[in-house]
Write a protein that binds this ligand. Structure first.
Ligand code: HEM
Ligand code: FES
Length: 364
């Protein structure tokens, strides 16, 4: 965890993930090259270099689609979570493949004139007012700069130093980068003979990314709009009716959305109930979608752990998250909506057993 910036340690899973990723990229490039050779045999415009530029460009663009789709997919199906754990590796791979594509394209189309290739790339085409002759390469350069910035700050060292919310906000730049690349490919395709195929494929990609995000957001809103049960006032305090005890599965949580859209996860474990913020201190993962393992709430995204009764990570880690008071009355779970300072210990609420047959109780 972040105490020594080693939250996500290099382990066997990561090595397997990276090997599969590298093999997948090589396989894609090889297949693209082979199919390209067969599809355009002897075509003068399609040299091996151009095929490689196209293979690398489409590969990076495809990887970016995977990066963008994993989040919403993991919300719908937990089997996508392993992909999410190492999404940053996918992001770095996207940048590297995009870099090779950009470098090769610059070398191939701009290295043989009088000008420096970079100067030539940035200054030769100035048809900014034209749709069909627009210097689409500039859009690729801008997107590549964003991808570089994200790859360079992807380590937990930056997450810790910039704070999770700043880091998250910076990494939202992936959406402008995606927008730039959609334009890069679409406008670039207008220069080429295969424009309709590229435009159809890009439209399908955009529809998939947008559709998945909208569906995940809609599901989230639907959950949030489920108003918690009636409030209860006692001792001058306000308690929110979260659910019945039976509605919360063992070692899992019920997530409740408070006014102001703050989400709280109420966990049931070993006959007790505790509540913590739903937001993980690492990258704001949804703790309520995780489970209690070995006495700790485990974040579903990268496995950070917190004790449910005090919101503290087990030693030697020092992360703290906000806790909330919980109580049980008539088998219903009530929550005090006021957050306590991160790491504040709270006595877990015991689950009341259903009342027994009065004939069996000890006579008084
Ligand atoms: C320095 C940055 C970049 C430059 C100079 C550049 C240049 C080019 C050029 C010249 C083409 C047309 C290639 C051809 O058909 O002959 C192209 C197409 C394309 N680029 Fe880029 N690009 C850059 C960055 C990127 C990045 C970062 C991505 C994806 C992450 C990307 C994805 C694509 C795709 C998918 C195509 C369409 C397929 C193709 O024709 O290769 N490009 N780019
Ligand atoms: S462990 Fe990464 S977001 Fe929770």
């Amino acid at each position: 965890m972040s105490v020594r910036y080693s939250a996500v340690k290099w382990n066997r899973n990561k090595r397997v993930y990276d090997c599969v990723l590298a093999a997948g990229i090589l396989l894609y490039l090889g297949l693209f090259f082979l199919v390209g050779k067969l599809a355009w045999p002897g075509s003068p415009g399609i040299s091996d270099e151009v095929l490689l530029i196209r293979a690398l460009g489409t590969c990076a663009f495809l990887l970016l689609h995977v990066v963008l789709c994993i989040g919403p997919l993991a919300r719908f199906d937990r089997r996508f979570l392993p992909l999410l754990y190492n999404r940053r590796h996918l992001g770095v791979a996207t940048f590297l493949v995009g870099l090779f594509h950009g470098a090769l394209a610059t070398a191939y189309y701009h290295a043989f004139g009088r000008l420096n290739p970079l100067v030539s790339l940035l200054s030769t085409n100035t048809h900014y007012a034209s749709l069909t002759a627009f210097p689409f390469e500039i859009l690729g350069v801008l997107a590549l700069l964003i991808l570089f910035f994200m790859a360079a700050t992807s380590h937990d060292f930056w997450l810790k130093n910039l704070s999770p919310s700043v880091w998250k906000a910076l990494h939202m730049l992936v959406y402008p980068a995606y927008g730039l690349l959609v334009l890069h490919v679409t406008l670039g395709a207008l220069h080429s003979e295969d424009s309709s195929l590229y435009v159809v494929l890009v439209a399908a990609g955009v529809a998939t990314v947008a559709g998945l995000h909208l569906a995940a957001g809609w599901r989230e809103r639907l959950r949030d709009s489920r108003v918690p049960g009636p409030e209860e006032q006692s001792d001058g305090e306000r308690w929110i009716d979260v659910a019945s005890v039976a509605e919360i599965p063992e070692n899992r949580a019920k997530v409740v959305c408070l006014a102001g859209r703050e989400r709280v996860a109420v966990f049931r474990y070993g006959g007790r109930l505790s509540a913590v913020t739903n937001v993980c201190a690492h990258q704001r993962g949804p703790l309520g979608e995780g489970k209690v393992q070995g006495g700790c709430i485990t974040c579903p995204w990268h496995g950070w752990e917190y004790r449910p009764e005090n919101g503290q990570s087990p030693p030697p880690f020092q992360e703290r998250i906000a806790t909330f008071r919980v109580r049980v009355k008539n088998r219903r779970v009530f929550l005090d909506p006021r957050p306590l300072a991160p790491g504040t210990p709270v006595e877990p609420a015991g689950i009341e057993e259903p009342s027994h047959d009065p004939l069996c109780t000890t006579p008084g």
